[in-house]
Design a protein around this ligand. Structure first.
Ligand SMILES: [Zn+2]
Length: 381
C-alpha cells in the first residue's frame, strides 16, 4: 500500500495491547502503515494484574516483529511496599529470562500512582531495583507525570477532565515533586537506560529537558502524543527543529496505538482509523515541510485543535535514528527469544496470585480467563 511517508525501517516503541484478541487488527494496522516492528508496553491491570501474558503470546506469534517491555508485578506494592525494590529487582530478571526486551512503568502517571501504594521512587525501598536494571542495562519506558496543565483547573482540556485527570485538588502527587524524585534516581544511577514517555512532559521546556539530556547520556524521550507536545513544538518550530537535530540520538518514535482500547473497552478492538491518525500526526511533524491540520473529532484524547501544526522536515539520517536506530541501540537489533518454560512458570504463578489479590481486596473482580488461555496456548505451541 502507498504511504505518503519515508520508506524506511520503523519501530514504534510505544504500543498498548490490552487483549490477545486484538492481534489481527494490530498486524493489519502495522502492515497498512508499513511499520516494521513494534514494542508492546505492558501496564498493570486492575482485574488481571498484568498484561504481560497477552504481549508474550503476540511475540510468540511474531517473534521477529514484536518487542515486549513487561510491566512490574504490582502485587508487591500491596503486600510488601517497603521491600518492593528487592522484589522488583528479581522480577526484572524474571522478565528478561522470559524474553522481555525491557520494562514499562506507568507508576508515575498521577492517577495510577494515587491508586498504588507506591513508595517514593527515590526512597530506599526502590533502590535495589534501580541498581539491578542499571547493572543489567535493561531499558525502561517510564511514564512520569502528565501535561502540566492537568494540575491547573483553568487550563486543563475538557477531554482530560472527563478522564478524571485533573490533579490539582491536592489528592495527587505534584509534578515537580515527581520530577525531583526521578532526577534523584538518575543522579544516583546515571547509567540507567530510561526512555521517558511523551517527551517527559517537557515539550514546552526544551532548555530544561536539554539540561537533563546533557547530564544523563543514557536518558531518552519518546515522541508518543500527548497532543500538547505537537502544539508546543509548533510554537517555535525552528527552535524545535534545532532541538531534534541536536538530540537526534536521544529521541524515539512512538504513537500510543492501543491506548484507546486500553482506556475504554478492549472488546471494541483496535481503532484502525484512530491509529492511522496517530502515525500521521507524528510522521507529518517529523518529515514534512510547512503546516498541516486534522479535522476535529477524529482522534482519541486529542481534543480540539486550534490552527495548524508546523512540521520540521528532518534530514533522512536523523529520521532513521528516531524511527529505529535509537531503539535498536537500547534493545539490540532484534527482539529477544522467548523462554517457554520461564513463561509457563510465571503464568502458573499469576493464576494463583490473581485470585489471592482478589481475596485481599474486596470488590476486586478477578479475571484469570486470559492467563488460562495464554497458558494453554504456550502448552500447545
Ligand atoms: Zn501509552
Amino acid at each position: 500500500m502507498d504511504s505518503p511517508f519515508l520508506d524506511t525501517k520503523i519501530i514504534d516503541c510505544h504500543i498498548h495491547y490490552p487483549h490477545p484478541d486484538l492481534s489481527s487488527n494490530l498486524i493489519k494496522i502495522l502492515d497498512r502503515n508499513r511499520i516494521t516492528s513494534c514494542n508492546i508496553v505492558c501496564t498493570p491491570h486492575y482485574n488481571r494484574l498484568s498484561l504481560v501474558p497477552d504481549a508474550l503470546q503476540l511475540k510468540a506469534n511474531f517473534p521477529e516483529r514484536v518487542y515486549v517491555f513487561g510491566g512490574l508485578d504490582i502485587s508487591a506494592l500491596f503486600m510488601q511496599p517497603e521491600t518492593c525494590g528487592q522484589y522488583f529487582a528479581e522480577y526484572a530478571e524474571k522478565l528478561a529470562e522470559m524474553g522481555c526486551d525491557g520494562i514499562k512503568m506507568i507508576e508515575g502517571k498521577p492517577d495510577m500512582r494515587r491508586n498504588l501504594p507506591t513508595p517514593d521512587f527515590d526512597s530506599r525501598s526502590y533502590e535495589p531495583y534501580w541498581a539491578k536494571i542499571e547493572e543489567m542495562g535493561f531499558p525502561l519506558v517510564f511514564h512520569v507525570n502528565d501535561p502540566e496543565e492537568f494540575w491547573d483547573k483553568q487550563r486543563i482540556p475538557d477531554w482530560a477532565l472527563k478522564q478524571g485527570w485533573f490533579y490539582g485538588d491536592g489528592s495527587f502527587i505534584n509534578n515537580e515533586a515527581q520530577y525531583s524524585q526521578v532526577i534523584n534516581v538518575l543522579t544516583r544511577f546515571p547509567k540507567l537506560k530510561i526512555i521517558f514517555a511523551h517527551f517527559f512532559f517537557l515539550s514546552s521546556q526544551l532548555e530544561r529537558l536539554a539540561g537533563y539530556l546533557d547530564r544523563f547520556p543514557n536518558m531518552h524521550v519518546d515522541l508518543t502524543p500527548g497532543i500538547e507536545m505537537y502544539h508546543n513544538f509548533t510554537q517555535d518550530s525552528q527552535k524545535s527543529r534545532d532541538f531534534f537535530i541536536k538530540y537526534q540520538d536521544r529521541i524515539l518514535y512512538g504513537t500510543d496505538i492501543g491506548a484507546k482500547a486500553l482506556l475504554s473497552d478492549p472488546s471494541g478492538g483496535l481503532d484502525v482509523l484512530e491509529s492511522g491518525m496517530r502515525i500521521s500526526l507524528v510522521r507529518n511533524f517529523l518529515e514534512k515541510d510547512g503546516g498541516f491540520r486534522f479535522e476535529e473529532g477524529q482522534g482519541f484524547l486529542f481534543g480540539k485543535f486550534e490552527g495548524d501544526f508546523q512540521s520540521i522536515n528532518l534530514p533522512i539520517n536523523v529520521l532513521e535514528k528516531i524511527y529505529s536506530k535509537n531503539f535498536e541501540k537500547l534493545t539490540g537489533l532484534s527482539p529477544k527469544p522467548l523462554n517457554k518454560s520461564a513463561i509457563l512458570a510465571e503464568l502458573e504463578r499469576l493464576s494463583i496470585i490473581i485470585p489471592a489479590m482478589g481475596a485481599a481486596q474486596p470488590g476486586m473482580a478477578v479475571d484469570t480467563s486470559v492467563v488460562e488461555k495464554v497458558k494453554s496456548y504456550f502448552l500447545s505451541h
